[in-house]
Design a protein around this ligand. Structure first.
Ligand SMILES: [Zn+2]
Length: 261
């Protein structure tokens, strides 16, 4: 069979621009084994690779385009006086397709780089979040372990806190050991205003003793470790007040939670 129809099909095929019956025919021809077309495909692939490497600029260098047009033109035998042969049309198409492919390649590469950068940033953010979550979880586990240890001790007591004044719906429990201190767990306490925090107090026979500040989460829940009272002196009342966020040595703000005397 005459090989001529396949000469330009190879270049078009390399660009992925060959469709339909032509594509079927050409692939059948390739499958039969043709050194000429294989060489042409290799050359086209190299040209495309060179175009891809040349980005930016986003248009093929004129030299590459000229060389390709020249190669296609020289393989097209002249047939004067007849309508333009598909070969000539194909040459223009190939050049256009290559220009589009080069532009698209560079465009896609730029898009991918942007996307990859974004993915890397997202992965880093996710990793940071997982680490934060894990740290928070470890902290929570430490609290729970400590509470379980306290609950094993017969000296430990559970004290109920009731909401007062600005937050009547709030509630709390203190798990308290006279020598080891304990933990307070609160619920339904509104978030402290900016610059404010909740401060825990232990009240015995003397003035209220500050026992640290804490915040609640968006669901109104909070947990706070209460240090033991010096000398294991008995605590008669546990109370929580709203104070400046750094904490104060004596209560100044409204009492939001307290145990009954
Ligand atoms: Zn061939």
């Amino acid at each position: 069979m005459n090989h001529e129809p396949y000469d330009t099909l190879a270049a078009t095929y390399a660009l992925g621009a060959l469709d339909g019956e032509e594509r079927v025919q050409f692939e059948r021809h390739l499958a039969d084994g043709c050194a000429v077309c294989e060489a042409a495909l290799r050359a086209s692939a190299e040209t495309l690779a060179a175009l891809a490497r040349s980005a930016p600029p986003m248009v093929p260098p004129p030299r590459v385009k000229e060389e390709l047009l020249h190669r296609i033109a020289t393989t097209a035998p002249a047939r004067d006086g007849r309508r333009p042969r598909p070969l000539v049309w194909a040459a223009g198409t190939v050049a256009a397709v290559i220009a589009v492919a080069a532009f698209t390649g560079a465009f896609v590469a730029a898009r991918y780089e942007g996307r990859l950068g974004q993915m890397a940033r997202e992965a880093a953010a996710l990793r940071a979040r997982v680490q934060r979550d894990e740290a928070a979880l470890q902290e929570q586990i430490a609290v729970y372990r400590n509470v379980v240890d306290l609950l094993r001790d017969p000296q430990t007591q559970i004290v109920t806190l009731r909401g007062l004044g600005p937050s009547p719906g709030a509630s709390g429990r203190v798990v308290w050991h006279p020598f080891n201190g304990g933990h307070v767990f609160v619920a339904n306490l509104p978030s402290a205003p900016t610059g404010k925090a909740y401060e825990m107090w232990t009240i015995g026979d003397a003035a209220p003793q500050p026992a640290g500040v804490f915040q609640v989460d968006t669901a109104g829940r909070g947990t706070h470790r209460i240090p033991p009272v010096e000398g294991g002196k008995p605590v008669k009342v546990f109370a929580v007040t709203l104070e400046p966020e750094g904490g104060v040595p004596a209560p100044t703000g409204p009492m939001v939670l307290a145990s009954s005397k």
